[in-house]
Design a binder for this molecule. Sequence first.
Ligand SMILES: [Zn+2]
Ligand SMILES: [Zn+2]
Length: 346
Amino acid sequence: MKALVKFGMNDGDVEVRDVPEPELLPGTVLVAARAVGVCGSDIHMWRNGQSWEVALPVILGHETAGVIAAVADDVTGWQVGDRVVCETAASICGTCALCRTGRYNLCPHRQGYGAIRDGAFGELLCAEPRVLHRIPENVTFEQAAMTEPFAVAYNALVERATVTPGDIVVIQGAGAIGALALQIARLRGAGTTIVLGTPVDEHRLAKLRELGADYTIDVTKEDPAELLKTLGDGFGADVVVDATGVSIALKQSLELVRPFGSIVKVGWGPQPLNFSLDPLVAKAATLYGSFSHTWTTWERVLSLFSTGALETEKVLGGVYELADWKRAFEDMESGRNIKSVMVMPG
Ligand SMILES: [Zn+2]
Ligand SMILES: [Zn+2]
């Protein structure tokens, strides 16, 4: 089958290759991928700028929507033809304290699709039933492929730092996670939403204003701290979401958060920090890390797609064939798209 493979540890070491189809192992199903989202993390791996472990060669892709193509004899409850999305942990140990308390997203033995285990930018994906969710009838594959990044945003703003109605919410980063965090913040009743970007985000920031951002700021031209002084009591943001993937963004988060406010960090950045965390203490602010998601989050997001409470169309910049993967990646990297989705052959 054709698949998009990361084969080396240099910038650009990604190509479409012919690879063997995955085997239908006991206890698993094969999912024929139909639509698969391109994640910021896929672009990091294309550029070899990832700060997480990868096992080479690996098929990229973890934002999977498809149809079950085969079911092992010992699997019940799932049938060929079922429309499904797949969570991102291809395997977990199932027995550690985190797995047994429902926090399997943090299992130290977690092997993620598209990094350690072969992902979904291919025709077939091997999955344990544990990761499957049914796609509601009125949700398309292209929409369903966005369940994962929406689940990331939901986890950050509902299950970690909680947005309260009326809150001032600052979102650092205008990429996919920033855009989806904006929608979740608005759904939670945020009073004022402010999205921060850089010149490369010009097009995305305009899209985010359409999606309801009250303010969008190019931080190279304007200081968001000045705006915050004019909002509410002037003490700053109740919640700051770091969706940038750059460590230094935390310095700005600490500046913008109000005393007793919260910062939730979603973006990864391997760069070391060289500034003081004293403002965190002085403001008695709370800093949350937010990683991945669990079963309930996926079900919630799918039901919000189904009712139309979350808008997927404005976020989806383009749908591309696998052969055209480079354009799908470049259109996200350059800021033309908030989200690219690829459709798989077969
Ligand atoms: Zn993702
Ligand atoms: Zn575990």
